[in-house]
Each structure stands twice: as C-alpha cells, then as structure tokens.
Write a new protein. Structure first.
Length: 254
C-alpha cells in the first residue's frame, strides 16, 4: 500500500499502479544505473526471464512506500532519489534510522521474516524505483546463486548504514552532525543517473530527527551554512553544495 502525505491530508491509495500514472513495466537491461542495482550480478539470460513482474514507478516527495507492520509483499530497488527509513517508539515518536539512495534495495527483510516490514519507508525527494514482488525475489534467489549473494550484501549494507547513522549523525556538536548529513545527501543524490549537480535537502524536521537535536538548533545551523554559502539555493527546494567549503568546514571541526 502506498500513501502520499501532505500537511493538509493523508490520501490512501489501494494500488500504486492506479494511483501513480508513471508506473510502467521495467526494462532492467536498459537501466542507466543497472551496475549498482539489486539484479546487477545476474546474467543476461536471467534478466530476460525476470522482466515480467517488475514495475517502475515515480514516487512523489512525501510518499510512504510502506509502513512498519505492513505485509512485506514487495522489494523496492531504488534508481534515483533518497528514502528515509523510520523506527517508531513508545509514545508515537519516530526516529530516522537510515538514509537510502540509488542502487539500494529496501524491504529485503521480508525475505527472512515473511511477515511484515521492520520500518517505515518515506520518500524525502522524488524517488524512482522498481517495485518487485517479494515472492518473485524469493524464487529467483533460490534459482540464482549470484542474487542470493547480492541480497546478503544488501542486508549487510543496511546494517552498516544503521551503524553510520548512530555514530556519524548522532554524536558531536550540532554543526558537525548537520555537515555529515549534508555530505551524505550529496553522495546519495549524485549517484542518480539524472543528477544535475544540485541536491534536495531534508526538511528542518528531518535534519533535527536524524541528528537528534532540537528543531531550533538544526534551523540555526542550516541558516549559518547558507550564509557561509556552503549550500546555495538555485531553485525551489534545490541547493548547490560547495564541496570545497563543505570539506573545509568539516576539517575545521577536527
């Protein structure tokens, strides 16, 4: 189930195929980022056999691809954009545990649990992704050893990124946390096939949640980085990051 949220309302849609007119049958062999995607290790003949059940979608910013506890029916292979994975805690608070970008696959935990998703996945930018039936991935993994190895690699990467989130984004002064997040956003978004040299930043609330600092502290830090022209607004919700200034700022923290 895919949900698109706005401040005014939450629209719930039964099927992304009817809700999102951009949905179409995927062509893995012509994918511009295939070398880093979930099926990158498969042979040409295996790719030919698998094209049927895979659909490609454009998910608008703010779309919830799945919610923690939803049936794990799909694996999503990300071609472009950034997704945040959230954990919910007692009292209804949510904490961002990972940022995911092009080449990553989410929902793979469903292969082990065969039940429900562990986290909530939300598009923080426009996201282009391939949606793959969980049953198909499971069957193909049994038939293709290289895919089994790739899935284990993806799962290990998820664990490493969770550790990165804890260590890099939640320790040190507020400025260092925001700079590390900004660097990660730059790395993730420049991996997209259509990267134009700019990034779409997180919302102030997301910077705050990911860094584990107050909203006011996150806002002040971002305002300072804009004044210093580390990040410069070039269009609505688009910024160009000066990588030299970013590097200098991070060096100054040591």
């Amino acid at each position: 189930m895919v949900r698109t949220s706005t401040k005014a309302a939450v629209t719930e849609v039964r099927d992304a195929t009817t809700a999102l007119p951009h949905g179409r049958r995927a062509n893995c062999k012509q994918c511009p980022v295939r070398k880093v995607m979930l099926f990158s290790a498969l042979s040409e003949s295996a790719v030919d056999r698998m094209l049927g059940p895979i659909d490609s979608f454009n998910y608008p910013e703010g779309t919830t691809l799945y919610t923690k506890g939803d049936p794990a029916d799909w694996v999503y292979s990300i071609r472009e954009g950034v997704i945040k994975l959230e954990e919910s805690y007692n009292g209804g608070t949510a904490r961002i545990v990972r940022l995911i970008g092009p080449g990553a696959a989410i929902g793979v935990e469903g292969l082990a649990q065969r039940a429900a998703y562990n986290e909530t996945a939300v598009a923080v930018t426009e996201v282009k992704a391939c949606r793959i039936p969980m049953s198909f991935v499971s069957d193909l993994a049994r038939a293709e050893e290289q895919l089994s190895i790739r899935l284990l690699t993806v799962w290990q990467q998820h664990l490493e990124r969770a550790d990165q989130t804890i260590v890099e984004f939640s320790t040190g002064p507020a400025r260092s946390r925001i700079l590390r997040i900004l660097r990660t956003l730059l790395v993730l978004q420049q991996e997209g096939a259509d990267w134009d040299g700019t990034i779409q930043p997180l919302s102030v609330d997301d910077f705050s949640a990911l860094a584990g600092i107050s909203r006011e502290s996150a806002s002040r830090t971002l305002a300072a980085l804009k004044r210093e022209q580390v990040m410069k607004r070039v269009a609505p919700r688009r910024y160009r990051v000066d990588t030299k200034k970013l590097g200098s700022c991070m060096q100054a923290l040591h």
